[in-house]
Design a protein around this ligand. Structure first.
Ligand code: KIV
Ligand code: ZN
Length: 518
């Protein structure tokens, strides 16, 4: 058997559809760029039928991505498949990914169909998809709780109908490594033309077994792994790309397979995805957590100083983490900043560099030592700021807050919009509440629910940059905004204004669309 494993990334579909992880178009494009730098084989860009926004993002990513195949998910019905094709058809290598459940539970209670009807649908809909492209993936949803002989019949039918990849997902994270390997082996052994297609695994992490199950599926003959950056995905997530890749990379004697992944891009991709969803990696997260390469205890430090391999099975550099953390400061020039960014893997245009450098200089007025993590946060936020500037709206001019543990917090805020300025003051249950109430008095956003306010420190130290994410919910959609500052109240206000601007712009757009069609 060939030893090449295809990496199918579904951060933008399975990852994005999970609570708290929704992304807007620009954010999805940022993630797609990371996936291209990683050299994944397939990018599942979304579920085109699920909303006009999803359709637009699948279509945009399909026409942007140069090398990877771009897939859209579709249920097994003609309309879904037609829309999926419409969204991906301009990709260099488009893929239609259709799915249909095959487990008794799903067939009876969710789909209300008999196994014979499911078999017919699977075959007919795969045939429909294959009219558009030869790059068709069929997923037997809940495969690991399906009858194995039924799976053999379905797999046989979809191969005959034109599927070129057959995915046997562990949809509810229920299986074990032994079972997963045996399942793939069984289906391969019993389907006559099984050598004509690529078998795929798509494992959820409900029991913390997704990585082990994926690797076991590969041992059973699967040659595609479906995964996500940071393991995002429904419930407890999907197989984490960084884990399966680094497992194979670190133990080639056990998993003697090849992928096309550039492992040095892993840390950056992880950081970008966490920044976008407004979270940071749990400290102990494998490969990408802050402690993954930290050695605190005396015994460990002693061992690592004598020989790194005593407690390190993979190097930080292999996943793109720089350990020679150079500290820059107010005497560092543009050249030094550019140099450091290049070492960190960021290639900026002269205009981008100029704007990051200006931000760097402003930061140096507040913070003596600017670390790699600060620089990386500034670069990531530059593209988000750019996007926020594209949304016509309000900007923070200044704010003044008074808070103590025995009085009610008060905040005065002055905002700018074009040439105009607006000022208001509000009381609140703490400085953030007061500031947000003052902003509300000025902008008066339409009705919405305040969702998440999330803060994390970019690096260590009391003067660290605080990165704040705010999410608002309205009309079934999420609107997010971000702020970055050494002053966490300023970062919070920026994040809120950005979220409100995005929300108001979307409302204006929807109203304009309505007026046009009226
Ligand atoms: O978990 C699952 O079964 C899926 C399919 C749609 C592939 O996400
Ligand atoms: Zn899934």
């Amino acid at each position: 058997m060939n030893h090449r494993i295809m990496i199918f990334d579904t951060t933008l579909r399975d990852g994005e559809q999970s609570p708290g992880c929704s992304m807007n178009l620009k954010e999805k494009i940022e993630v797609a760029k990371c996936l291209e730098r990683l050299h994944v084989d397939v990018i599942e860009a979304g579920f085109a039928i699920s909303s006009p926004g999803d359709f637009e993002s699948v279509q945009t990513i399909a026409s942007t991505v140069k090398e990877a195949s771009v897939a859209s998910l579709a249920r097994a019905n003609e309309h879904d498949i037609d829309v999926a094709w419409d969204a991906v058809k301009h990709a260099a290598n488009p893929r239609i990914h259709l799915f249909l459940a095959t487990s008794p539970l799903h067939m009876e209670y969710k789909l209300k169909k008999t196994p014979e009807q499911i078999l017919e649908m699977a075959e007919a809909m795969t045939r429909h998809a294959a009219k558009y492209t030869s790059n068709v993936e069929f997923s037997a949803e809940d495969a690991t709780r399906s009858d194995w002989d039924f799976l053999v019949r379905v797999t046989d039918a979809v191969i005959r109908a034109g599927a070129t990849t057959v995915n046997l997902p562990d949809t509810v994270g229920y299986t074990t490594p032994e079972e997963m390997r045996a399942l793939i082996e069984y289906v391969r052994a019993n389907v006559p033309d099984s050598d004509k297609v690529v078998f795929s695994v798509h494992c959820h992490n409900d029991l913390g077994l997704a990585t082990a199950n994926s690797l076991a599926g590969v041992a059973g003959g699967a040659r595609q792994i479906e995964c996500t950056i940071n393991g995002l995905g429904e419930r407890s997530g999907n197989t984490a790309l960084e884990e399966v890749i680094m497992a194979m990379h670190t133990r080639p004697g056990v998993w003697d397979y090849e992928t096309n992944i550039d492992t040095t891009q892993i840390a950056r991709a992880s950081r970008t995805v966490y920044t976008i969803i407004g979270q940071s990696a749990p400290l102990n997260k494998p490969i990408v957590g802050r402690n993954a390469f930290a050695h605190e205890s005396g015994i460990h430090q002693h061992g690592v100083l004598a020989n790194k391999q005593t407690y390190e099975i993979l190097t930080p550099e292999s996943v793109g983490v720089q350990t020679n953390n150079l500290v820059l400061g107010k005497h560092s020039g543009k050249h030094a900043v550019d140099d450091r960014l290049k070492t960190l893997g960021y290639q900026l245009t002269p205009e981008e560099l100029q704007s990051v450098f200006e931000e760097f200089k402003r930061l140096c007025d507040k913070k003596k030592k600017v670390k790699d993590a600060d620089l990386e946060a500034m670069v990531e936020h530059r593209s988000i700021r750019q996007e926020q500037m594209d949304v016509e709206g309000y900007e923070l001019d200044w704010f003044s807050v008074h808070t103590s543990n025995f009085t009610t917090a008060t905040c005065t805020v002055r905002l700018k919009k074009g040439e105009e300025t607006f000022e208001d003051v509000a009381l609140g249950d703490g400085p953030i509440d007061a500031a947000y109430s003052a902003v509300d008095k000025i902008i008066q956003p339409p009705e919405h629910t305040f969702g998440i306010w999330n803060i994390h420190s970019v690096s260590e130290g009391k003067d660290t940059l605080g990165e704040v994410t705010v999410r608002l919910y309205a009309n079934g959609k999420t609107y997010s905004g971000k702020g970055l500052s050494t002053d966490v109240i300023e970062a919070s206000i920026q994040a809120y204004i950005n979220a409100v601007n995005t929300f108001c712009a979307a409302v204006r757009k929807a109203e304009a669309r309505k007026e046009k069609t009226a």
